[in-house]
Ligand binder design. Sequence first.
Ligand code: 48F
Length: 266
Amino acid sequence: MALDDLMVSRAIIDEYSNSLKDSLDVDVAIVGGGPAGLTAGYYLCKAGYKVSMYERKLSLGGGMWGGGIMFNKIVFQEESLPVMKEFGVDIKKYTDNYYVTDSVQMVGALVYHTAKAGLKVFNLMSVEDVKVTADNSICGLVINWTSVEMGGLHVDPITIGAKYVIDATGHACEVANIILKRIGKVLYTQSGDIMGEGSMNAEVAESLVEQNSREIYKNLFVTGMAANAIYGSKRMGPIFGGMILSGRKIANDLIVKLKQEPVLVK
Ligand code: 48F
């Protein structure tokens, strides 16, 4: 059969535009496609919610590809085994409570299962601001192409609506920083500010990351390394169990909230 180059262009433009239009109003918008954001997206989509993800880079996976010092192996602990098994990766028990998988396989599995569950992914897209209601509750995101950001070009962004937003931007906790800049020290921390990440202690950091994964401002939730940075916990380095447990925790919290919403009868 003959191939028409213009049909290829048309298919790309139509399908991407439809996807973007369909994601103008979502239940949950996730900023950042690292392990925590992807896991949160997986469980939310599996529960039937409409979820979109914005990732600045070309590829999803965040800090997971490089394992530790570019040795592409992922270490995780016993507690996170059920989530690892859910993604179907090959797991090797190294010794009691230490399990290892391949980081490339893990990123692939997370991306595949999350996309198949229905997550709408917009890569090469950076979140530069939040959309707020009159009382400054978060109700969406302001997005623009990463290439615009990189080029320092003066091109206006577009806005999407979301009932809830998740900051899954890792060490930089970028959405929380936007709140500080635009609204002030209003985060649900002791000082209202980002408390800042402490030095390495995997035991402490991993034990706190799930409990730090929660609402940090009106309709804004946090997961992953950003949660520990915001609440002043330590860093954990190249162990990834806490990231996926944190993603699952925030998804479960939001599922509870979304279920409580009244169903509008048309
Ligand atoms: O950094 P990242 O992997 O965050 P995470 O899911 O996992 C942390 C671990 O990788 C590791 C660790 C624990 O073992 O300490 O660092 O918490 O993924 C964050 C993603 O967010 C993207 C960024 O490119 C990365 O892929 N990101 C950050 N800011 C923005 C963004 C933004 N403003 N807009 C879009 N994407």
